[in-house]
Design a binder for this molecule. Structure first.
Ligand code: EPU
Length: 335
C-alpha cells in the first residue's frame, strides 16, 4: 500500500492535467482497500486508468488508485469459460490475454484505454459490441459499510455508456473484480462497416480473433489520438438519441446527417458529425482543442487546464443546441 500527501495527478489522468490530490493511496487487494476505508473519513475519488475523467480542480480528499491484478479461469465448460479479472488490470492487456487463450467476446473492444474495473461502470463499447454482452457479474465493496456485494448483469442496469454505478449508485461502491463469460466458439462480429474495409485493406483471407483485433487497433490508431502523446479521454460526449420524427425533420435540412436506428422510434445521431458540421473539427482555443480526425474527441495540446477544456465543451454544447436543438451530454466524468 502506498500513501502520499499532495500527489500530482498528471500521470493518473489521460488528459494529462496537473491537479493535486490532498491524499493519495494505491491498493493491491480487497483487504488493503477495506483497511484504507476503515481509516478514512474524507471524500473519495476512485481512479482506474483515469481515461474517462476531466479534472477541473484539485481534489480535497483521498484519491484511491485501484491496483488489484490477476486474470483467472474459474469455470471451464465445452462452450464457455468464466474468467475472474482484477479491477486494476489494464483493459487492453485483458483483451490480449483472451486472444492468446483463444476466447472470443472482447476482441472488438481492443485498445480501449482504461482499466477492467472501470469498464462496466460505463458499459464500454466499440465497433458493435458492448461489455454487457460478455459480462457475468462483479464484486464490489460497499463504501458505507465496507462489506462485499456482487451484482449480476441485470442488477448493473447497463445502458448505452452507463450503468447503475454511474447513476443511482454513483460513488457508493468500489469494484474489485469483474467476471466475464467468454466463448470458445468464435462468434465474429464484423458488421461495423469500418472493420470490413480494414480487413480488406489488410488482405485478411481467414478471420481470426487476432485479425479482428488487429483491424480494430489499426482503425483506432488512425482515428483516435494516443493519450500518451496527446491528452484526451476518447469520446467526450455521448451520441444523442432522438425520436424518428425529429430525425426526419433534421434530414430535410441536413441530408447527409448520420444516424442509426436503436429501436422502432429512436435514432442515435453521430455527435462527431454534428460537431464537425458546426465547424469545430480541428478547432483550437489556447491549448484546448477538438481532434482534427474525430470531432467527438476533445484534446489537450499540452498545457490546457481542465477548466479550459470544460469551457470548450460548454461552447460546443451551446452551438450544437442552437444549430440542431439537441442537447449533447458528456460521456466523461467531470470532477
Ligand atoms: N463522423 C464525422 N465527423 C467526425 C467524427 C465522426 O462525420 O468528426 C462520422 C463518421 O464518419 C461516422 C460516424 O460519425 O460515420 C460515427 O463515427 P465513429 O465510427 O468514429 O464513431 P463515434 O460514434 O464517433 C462511437 C463511440 C466510440 C467508439 C466508436 C466505434 C460513443 C460516444 N463513442 O464513436 O467510443 O470507439 O463509436 O464503435 O459512443 C469512447 O467511448 O470513448 C469511444 C471512443
Amino acid at each position: 500500500m502506498i500513501f502520499i500527501k499532495n500527489q500530482s495527478l498528471k500521470s493518473y489522468n489521460t488528459f494529462g492535467l496537473t491537479y493535486y490530490a490532498e491524499n493519495f493511496a494505491e491498493f493491491n487487494s480487497k483487504k488493503e482497500l477495506c483497511e484504507i476505508l476503515h481509516n478514512n473519513e474524507d471524500p473519495l475519488l476512485i481512479l482506474g486508468g483515469g481515461s474517462n475523467i476531466l479534472l477541473t480542480t484539485n481534489f480535497k480528499g483521498t484519491v484511491l488508485k485501484n491496483n488489484i491484478l490477476g486474470i483467472k479461469k474459474i469455470n471451464d465448460t465445452n462452450d464457455n469459460v468464466i474468467v475472474k479479472v482484477g479491477a486494476g488490470v489494464v483493459w487492453h492487456d485483458f483483451v490480449l490475454w483472451c486472444i492468446k487463450n483463444n476466447l472470443s467476446g472482447v476482441e472488438n473492444l481492443s485498445l480501449i484505454p482504461g482499466s477492467v474495473g472501470a469498464a462496466p461502470m460505463q458499459n464500454i463499447g466499440a465497433y458493435g459490441v458492448e461489455i454487457k454482452s460478455v459480462f457475468e457479474k462483479l464484486d464490489a465493496i460497499n463504501i458505507a459499510n465496507k462489506t462485499e456485494e456482487s451484482f449480476n448483469n441485470n442488477e448493473c442496469n447497463f445502458k448505452y455508456r452507463s450503468s447503475i454505478f454511474k447513476e443511482e449508485l454513483k460513488g457508493k461502491y468500489i469494484i474489485t473484480h469483474v467476471y466475464f463469460k467468454l466463448s470458445k466458439k468464435h462468434l465474429y462480429n464484423i458488421s461495423y462497416g469500418d472493420i470490413q474495409d480494414e480487413l480488406e485493406k489488410m488482405e485478411v483471407k481467414k478471420l481470426s480473433l487476432k485479425s479482428i483485433s488487429d483491424a480494430i487497433i489499426n482503425i483506432r490508431s488512425n482515428k483516435l489520438p494516443n493519450p500518451n502523446k496527446i491528452g484526451n479521454s476518447g469520446s467526450f460526449f455521448k451520441n444523442p438519441i432522438i425520436n424518428q420524427k425529429k430525425f426526419d425533420n433534421l434530414k430535410t435540412y441536413y441530408p447527409d446527417i448520420i444516424g442509426y436506428k436503436t429501436s422502432n422510434d429512436k435514432m442515435k445521431i453521430a455527435a462527431g458529425w454534428m460537431i464537425e458540421k458546426a465547424g469545430y473539427k480541428g478547432y483550437r482555443k489556447g491549448d484546448a482543442g477538438v481532434y482534427n480526425k474525430q470531432a467527438l474527441v476533445l484534446i489537450n495540446h499540452g498545457n490546457a487546464s481542465g477548466q479550459e477544456i470544460l469551457n470548450l465543451a460548454k461552447e460546443i454544447q451551446n452551438k450544437i443546441y442552437i444549430k440542431f436543438k439537441i442537447k449533447l451530454e458528456p460521456e466523461v466524468n467531470i470532477i
